[in-house]
Design a protein. Structure first.
Ligand SMILES: Nc1ncnc2c1ncn2[C@@H]1O[C@H](COP(=O)(O)OP(=O)(O)OP(=O)(O)O)[C@@H](O)[C@H]1O
Ligand SMILES: [Mg+2]
Length: 503
């Protein structure tokens, strides 16, 4: 009569007697109603991928179809909560960001709407043009900015700072809603994010940061099976808020652990493996995820967006491995974390030579229209000084920097001042963890003005060594100890005056 379990193999469960079900339908099996999804159908025999451990499940036990695809309960109640990959509230001590405000919701609550997580929610139209997402991380906002609705990959080897960077963005970026999907990463890191978020105020609204955040946690100690669904649940939640006219950011740490779940299922399902054991559908799965980003006109006529930022952890730092290589095709920006920078404690270790951003022209137009016409020039000048300084540093290593002409030594100096005074930004610094656009512009302009003055000095015959000997600490340290853009401007004038006194 009903569904009956006929075979259990790891997370895969064979069910017979299944009638009228469709691929992707959710079924519940066994005495504990373990949820799973139909991944193959052959007549009335279904193969179900369970989302939880199947220990204790045995042939002969019953199953039951739900008649619907894996769906997320969507509603304003999600804000401030912590969920598993299927959007079930994780209860227990310390899990709710704010226990007082978020009692578990009744599934029949009127505000709750169900939506199948693998199906993109509809909108009226995609919007052109670049409206910046301000992240508060200078290297990103200055060199590799992302628009609302954009997509970013953050590849980086072990311990290069992916999680720290993504957490900084989660805390400080100027989006309305953050959906943080912790995917196969360490549970204690997740606990740290939750604790910090619960304690932090939102600098823009004065409210609590937790109140704009939805956390989906599938840490390494939780069933691998729900991990695969977690990223789709996350994007669906973001789309729901987008449809309310809000700007949402999905942060996934790490998409490599998600891809590992895909690989695990493919191998258990007996699929012919593709590259490095990943299923042949890996590229389309990655594309389907990143394609759900965008800034749109909603069906209600409002404007909303979903931005997606995904960490990628290439095994052994090998950037040619499949997840890293495919992801790069589907994203508009890449913040590449460099192990040498991380090793020398240059944080965030975003490589200026290995990263890219494809929407800078549109963003430059937006900045100009919004009163910052200097943005594109600062960016171009910073990027070219950094590249030129890298080239000269390699040369100086061979021939010694003292043999270089004065103006080239000033480029090396510029590289150092930009790296230390602008690009570096400690996540642990009370003042510098987050940088406003005004402070970021003032810091960059201060360094560039000082560099101009130095070039001018050697141009009129001051020995390069005499310039290099000057104390640049007030400029380099301004990011830590000058509070406002005006304070930074004063620093810059004092430095320019002091340099002007060189004979
Ligand atoms: N922006 C930053 N400011 C200060 N310290 C940082 C920063 N980024 C990284 N670090 C340091 O580097 C360490 C490792 O960072 P993190 O855990 O983010 O790396 P990861 O790339 O996520 O590592 P894994 O590969 O294990 O996931 C941190 O514990 C911290 O000490
Ligand atoms: Mg990490």
């Amino acid at each position: 009569m009903g569904h009956e379990v006929t075979r259990v193999s790891g997370p895969l469960v064979e069910l017979s007697g299944v009638k009228g079900a469709a691929m992707g339908d959710v079924v519940e099996v066994g005495a504990h109603f373990l949820p799973g999804e139909i991944v193959a159908l052959d007549g009335d025999v279904a193969t179900v991928q369970a989302y939880e451990y199947t220990g204790g499940l045995a042939p002969g036990q019953a199953g039951r179809g739900t008649g619907r695809a894996l769906s997320a309960p969507l509603g304003p109640h999600l804000l401030g909560g912590v969920y598993d990959g299927l959007l079930r509230p994780l209860t227990g001590a310390g899990v709710w960001l704010d226990p007082a405000r978020h009692p578990p919701v009744a599934e029949d609550g009127r505000a709750v709407e169900f939506w199948p997580v693998r199906r993109p929610r509809p909108y009226a139209e995609r919007l052109d043009g670049g409206v910046p997402l301000h992240t508060g991380q200078r290297v990103v906002d200055l060199l590799f900015p992302v628009p609302l609705g954009g997509t970013v990959a953050v590849p980086g080897g072990f311990g290069t700072g992916k999680t720290m960077l993504l957490q900084q963005v989660a805390k400080w970026c100027d989006a309305d809603v953050i959906v943080y999907v912790g995917c196969g990463e360490r549970g204690n890191e997740m606990a740290d994010v939750l604790a910090e978020l619960a304690a932090l105020d939102d600098p823009r609204t004065g409210g609590r940061l937790a109140d704009r955040t939805v956390v989906i946690a599938n840490t390494s100690n939780m069933p691998m099976m729900a991990r695969e669904a977690g990223v789709y649940s996350g994007v669906t939640v973001a789309e729901y808020f987008r449809d309310q006219g809000r700007h949402a950011v999905v942060i996934a740490d790490s998409t490599s652990r998600w891809a590992e779940a895909l690989r695990e299922f493919a191998s258990r399902g007996g699929e012919l493996p593709g590259e490095e054991g990943f299923p042949a559908a890996l590229p389309s799965a990655l594309a389907a995820f990143y394609e759900r980003a965008g800034r749109v006109r909603t069906l209600d006529g409002a404007e909303g967006s979903v931005t997606i930022i995904g960490a990628v952890s290439p095994p052994g730092g090998d950037m040619t491995e499949p997840v890293t290589a495919y992801t790069e095709r589907f994203v508009r920006a890449r913040w590449s974390l460099d192990k040498d920078l991380a090793y020398s404690r240059h944080y965030p270790a975003v490589s200026w030579s290995g990263s890219f951003a494809r929407d800078t022209a549109a963003l430059a137009r937006h900045h100009a229209a919004a009163g910052d016409p200097g943005w594109a020039g600062r960016r171009a000048r910073t990027a070219s000084l950094l590249a030129e300084s890298d080239r000269l540093a390699a040369l100086a290593e061979l021939v010694g920097s003292s043999t270089l002409p004065g103006h080239e030594r000033m480029v090396l100096l510029a590289g150092r001042l930009l790296r230390e005074g602008v690009l570096q930004q400690s996540a642990l610094s009370p003042r510098d963890a987050f940088c406003t656009p005004e402070r970021g512009a003032a810091l960059t302009e201060a360094v560039l003005a000082v560099v101009d003055r130095c070039q001018e000095l050697v141009g009129r015959g001051v020995p390069a060594g005499a310039v290099e000997e000057q104390d640049f600490a007030p400029i380099v340290r301004a990011r830590e100890d000058a509070a406002t853009a005006a304070d930074i401007g004063a620093r810059r004038e004092a430095m320019l005056n002091r340099l002007g006194e060189l004979p």
